[in-house]
Design a protein around this ligand. Sequence first.
Ligand code: GUN
Length: 300
Amino acid sequence: MTATIIDGKAFAARVRGQVAEHVTRLRAEHGITPGLAVVLVGEDPASEVYVRSKGKMTVEAGMKSVELRLDADTSEADLLAVIDQLNTDPEIHGILVQLPLPGHLNEDLVINSISPAKDVDGFHISNVGLLGTGQKSMVPCTPLGCLMMLRDHHGSISGMDAVVVGRSNIVGKPMAQLLLGDSCTVTIAHSRTKDLADVVRRADIVVAAVGRPEMVPGDWIKPGATVIDVGINRLDAPERGAGKTRLVGDVHYESCAAVAGAITPVPGGVGPMTIACLLANTVTACCRANGLVEPEGLTA
Ligand code: GUN
């Protein structure tokens, strides 16, 4: 079997198009422009790339984009004051504090100081609790993107066996909650799981989110299973020339694609969906803040 490639780049473009349409309607019918604020503390080069890309796509979707860049030695009190100001700013509907934060800042404290209604990352303890109890919440962007692709590919995933490899707060745990919400039978596997290969072999849906390059080989995949690869790992690629690198996921693409029914590539799979879902969450937050109907198909 050769797997169907789930084209995350094309799907994300479609989602961003739907977001832009909704923004146009919000502006025309209600005079409201959704606003997203991204806070970056310090100068981590990877974070810089993300933040620039988020800002560009926010503007392209017709929304207001605010980027706040703070020095790496910004105090916790100063950062909390910035967040507090954004919490009360009526033109800002979504707030994202780019992680990781410099070591002297308490990430949990900072995240939990964001107003839950504006927490477009879905990391606030209140949103985590709402998601865990099946209530309306802001949903973390990467797992939301994975869920959208699974629903789009399968129609319904009800009753399927899903294995999430990885237990992070950002991807693994919320992914498991979303799959459970769609009535999958869910297993969360991790580095201490016994017989990981056997556990993964039982899955109709495998979501790999461990951050270890090409960790899942094709012979762990049940024939016909759907493989969602969340990993983005940069490896040296001397065969491409001196100093060259290549991106790989958490699954070994060639061997998994030979067995799976469908698979997301890296790059061009889950990655582009994350920013698209951030924009979707901003529109959702804006609609909820104004008591308006939420866009269909853009939330869990
Ligand atoms: N850093 C890497 N990915 C993310 C993300 O999804 N949200 C935030 N806030 N920081 C990140």
